[in-house]
Design a protein around this ligand. Structure first.
Ligand code: GDP
Ligand code: MG
Length: 457
């Protein structure tokens, strides 16, 4: 651990929960944008981050009277949206390990669902504190929206039928959590949340309860969590995405969780062909309240203080492996030491993947999407004999072609969200290796199943 600097960083907040509970929509509401509609197949394919600065917090919490008087000591909140689909559990676990605090979203009409329990497990494993957003309250019978009231007031002012349904559903959820060994309570019922997890009724649709949710996150962060949010000298950062941007070349999108990143810093990163070092040429950030994934103009920074989502430009970045940490070498002789550290991280990630003797060859753009795809194949009982990350090269085709001698149904490359080099495609066509490409897992999978069906018919 590096020396602690006398400054509170923004907490990294994760949004977890079952698919379709409204995780993305809650973020959209906070951002006033609509990313949810633009997502490929409705699934968040990668982790994105949204920085909510102090003035946005103020603007969105005006209806919470007690909070209006509270001094905000944090620069803001950095919120991470995690992918919702089941097969993303590994990516989710990596995302959540970066989190200081989490929002567990539960649909008030559905109660606890399979991924609620899975998320709960991750939060407990990581000892991550969280609040429960009991979302979609607007779907209660005859709910009337009251965006200028706190949610406690809003509930109180509903018709009796609505209020009764609310009470009943809350009681049900409290019981379901109790069955999981967890005490939850409506946030206005308890003063001390050391023993209880606060439950905040929300509607990402009408905005009811959203101010309460934000103010609760801030109050908790600058209270109980403050000792963990001290800025440290040591950098803690993880690469989320590697992307080519017109005019900038290949860039990496990074969550800077702790420390200060400076222009010109010597970075040690993990690449598809091992660790490498490069200079941070430019540090870019989108306008506040926008997500890194949404196209917009970037602002240049000389230095960036955690926590932030940062886009870095520099030489050789196209080699970077998403999902891996970034190190900064303060002196030239640190580079080799840090490279050793970086290679340990990846070899432990890839060697954890168990391969079969016969099976398809799987290729993906990031470790996260590779894991997601493998989880999908496992579920479907489709074996895999090789994996790789990055574009499909000649050598990948050669490896997959080995299956032609054993069992030609497996002479297949499933390529998720990666390019196929022209030479590789030519060789594949010549020798008879079938390459399937797609950027939505379901499509890739459907195409492959169709191919197998044709083979067997
Ligand atoms: P995610 O899978 O958890 O990210 O869920 P989404 O944010 O994609 O939301 C799933 C669906 O529920 C979408 O059709 C949303 O418009 C809808 N939804 C989300 N939040 C609310 C809410 O508070 N009220 C209502 N009525 N619908 C919601
Ligand atoms: Mg989503």
């Amino acid at each position: 651990e590096g020396m602690s600097l006398d400054y509170l960083r923004s907490p990294v907040v994760c949004v977890l929960g079952h698919v379709d509970t409204g995780k993305t929509k809650i973020l959209d509401k906070i951002r006033h944008t609509n990313v949810q509609d633009g997502e490929a197949g409705g699934i968040t394919q990668q982790i994105g981050a949204t920085f909510v600065p102090e003035d946005a917090i103020r603007a969105q919490t005006k209806m919470v009277k007690e909070f209006v008087k509270t001094e905000i000591k944090l620069p803001g909140l950095l919120i991470i949206d995690t992918p919702g689909h089941e097969s993303f559990s590994n990516l989710r676990s990596r995302g959540s390990s970066m989190c200081d605090l989490a929002i567990l979203v539960v649909d008030i009409m559905h109660g606890l669902e399979p991924q609620t329990l899975e998320s709960l497990g991750l939060l407990r494993k990581g000892n991550t504190p969280f609040v429960v957003a009991l979302n979609k309250i607007d779907r209660l019978f005859d709910w009337r929206r009251m965006p200028t009231s706190s949610v406690k007031e809003a509930v109180k002012k509903q018709n009796k039928n609505t209020k009764d349904e609310f009470d009943e559903r809350v009681k049900g959820v409290v019981t379901e959590f109790a069955e999981q060994g967890l005490n939850v309570a409506l946030f206005w019922e308890k003063v001390d949340f050391t023993d209880y997890v606060p439950l905040v009724p929300t509607s990402a649709h009408t905005g009811d309860g959203m101010g309460d949710l934000i103010s609760l996150l801030v109050t908790y962060s600058q209270g109980v969590l403050a000792p963990k949010l001290m800025l440290s000298e040591e950098l803690e950062a993880i690469v989320l995405e590697v992307k080519v941007i017109a005019g900038l070349g290949t860039t990496v999108d990074v969550i800077l969780r702790n420390g200060i990143l400076k222009e010109g810093d010597t970075l040690v990163l993990t690449g598809t062909e091992g660790p490498f070092s490069t200079q941070a040429r430019a540090l870019l950030m989108p306008q506040p309240l926008r997500e890194l994934r949404v196209k917009n103009a970037y602002v240049n920074h000389k230095a960036i203080i955690a926590s932030q989502g940062v886009k870095i430009t520099g030489k050789d970045l196209e080699k970077t492996l998403a999902g891996t940490p970034i190190f900064v070498a303060k002196k030239p002789d640190e580079i080799e030491v840090l490279k050793d550290e970086a290679s340990k991280v990846v070899s432990s990630m890839l060697s954890a993947i168990k391969l079969q003797e016969r099976g398809v060859y799987v290729q993906a753009s990031t470790l996260g999407s590779l894991e997601a795809l493998l989880a999908f194949l496992k579920q479907s009982k489709i074996p895999y004999c090789g994996v790789n990350i990055g574009p499909v090269h000649k050598r990948d085709v050669m490896k997959a072609s080995v299956m032609l001698e054993h069992d030609s149904q497996w002479a297949v490359i499933l390529a998720f969200d990666v390019k196929v080099e022209r030479e590789a495609q030519e060789i594949a066509d010549n020798v008879g290796v079938k390459i399937f490409t797609a950027d939505i897992i379901y499509h890739l999978f459907d195409n492959f199943l169709l191919h197998r069906k044709e083979l067997h018919d």
